[in-house]
Write a protein that binds this ligand. Structure first.
Ligand code: PMP
Length: 364
């Protein structure tokens, strides 16, 4: 028997991050990969996503700078939901009121979680351009001007967003890879390839910096961008789309380049559509018992695409011992009511379902 001794934590803020790295052997085998495919499931963080980390750091640093004053400041943030949940969690413990501006597209589950944590929510039209007054960013700016002591911590520009990942997510991955392994499978002992979707780009930028600066300068970082978004460079986008268009996957992709996304931190881009993303998410839930959300499916589908490309297959996908780490940013519990998850599977009744029918005497 072994277990980690953590002691008693002060509050939910202390239970942010420190997520494990988990082998995805069954998923990798189904897709003909020989490398070690490893997932980092961020739904195990206290607020349920990768964004808890930046919420904690942005609030703590703003308090140190005197931008946030307990008992006075009101936190306002435009988000696709998870940063809002992280902020609402941190703010509820510390006693700040919170207003979240959220595009209509984002799930009712996220809204319900935000309300449970005491946040006020303003929904904004999904199709509004980021720089229009009606967008989630435009509405947040207006609220900041009008509401006394309103403060936008601004995940799109705030250096503490990538820094949270450079100082926590990246080092956790390195620590897990370099720790003694229970598996008999060969390992290079390094992170050879890292795959993540980009929303603000904070995760991929911060983790890439940690990996390349302190661990393995040769690590190949793969960015995943939904078809319809413009975060990948123009030449990559043009191969699959003619302009900005909509997509259902939440939390990744934008119609502008956030300041915190450092494209030079990313070596390769993969464009992934909704269908591939949701299929990969459903499959990893089924075969690995990891209850991940839609953007985790995008990252997994992007990893598969790269690892089966001629470059990726030769260098990593087909090589035993190579370690490929994939970020899994949130939980399917954020998307239980979405058609991509609820829609019935088309495979028909299983052998077990037929046996149950027979055993209960209901067979037609
Ligand atoms: N997946 C989900 C579900 C998210 O909410 C986010 C954050 N918008 C991301 C991925 C991308 O994270 P980042 O903003 O750090 O690029």
């Amino acid at each position: 028997m072994s277990y980690r001794v953590q002691g008693i934590l002060e509050d939910a803020i202390e239970a942010i991050g420190d997520t494990p790295l988990i082998r995805l052997d069954r998923f990798a085998a189904l897709h003909g990969l020989k490398c070690n495919l490893l997932g980092k499931p961020e739904f195990l963080s206290s607020g349920g996503s990768v964004k808890d980390r930046i919420a904690k750091r942005m609030v703590e640093e703003a308090e140190k700078e005197g931008r946030l004053i307990p008992g006075k400041s009101v936190i306002i943030e435009p988000t696709s939901g998870n940063t809002g949940i992280g902020l609402a969690l941190v703010a509820a413990v510390k006693g700040y009121p919170v207003i979240i501006t959220l595009p209509e597209k984002m799930s009712r589950e996220k809204e319900a979680t935000l309300r449970a944590l005491g946040a006020e929510i303003v929904r904004t039209p999904t199709e509004a351009a980021w720089d229009s007054p009606e967008s989630h960013i435009g509405v947040a700016r207006k609220l900041e001007q009008q509401i006394p002591y309103g403060v936008i911590l601004n995940q799109y520009d705030n250096p503490n967003n990538p820094l949270a990942h450079e100082y926590t997510t990246g080092p956790e991955i390195i620590a897990a890879i370099t720790a003694p392994s229970k598996s008999e499978r060969p390992t290079s002992g390094k992170v050879d390839c890292f795959v993540a979707g980009a929303g603000t780009g904070g995760t991929i930028t911060g983790v890439s910096r940690a990996l390349k600066k302190t661990h393995n300068a040769e690590c190949v970082v793969v960015g995943v961008d939904p078809v319809g978004s413009i975060l990948a460079p123009d030449n990559v986008n043009k191969e699959v789309q003619s302009g900005v268009c909509t997509y259902q996957v939440e939390g990744i992709g934008y119609d502008f380049l956030p300041k915190v996304l450092a494209r030079e931190s990313i070596d390769v881009w993969e464009k992934i559509n909704d269908e591939e993303a949701f299929a990969a998410a459903r499959e990893v839930i089924r075969v690995e018992s990891l209850l991940v959300g839609g953007s985790s499916g995008s990252a997994l589908a992007g990893a598969l695409r790269y690892l089966h490309s001629s470059d990726g297959f030769e260098r990593f996908g087909n090589v035993e011992g190579k370690n490929v780490v994939v970020m899994l940013p949130d939980s399917v519990r954020n998307y239980m009511s979405k058609p991509w998850f609820l829609a019935p599977q088309t495979a028909g009744p299983t052998v077990l379902a037929n046996q149950i029918e027979t055993a209960l005497g209901n067979a037609a």
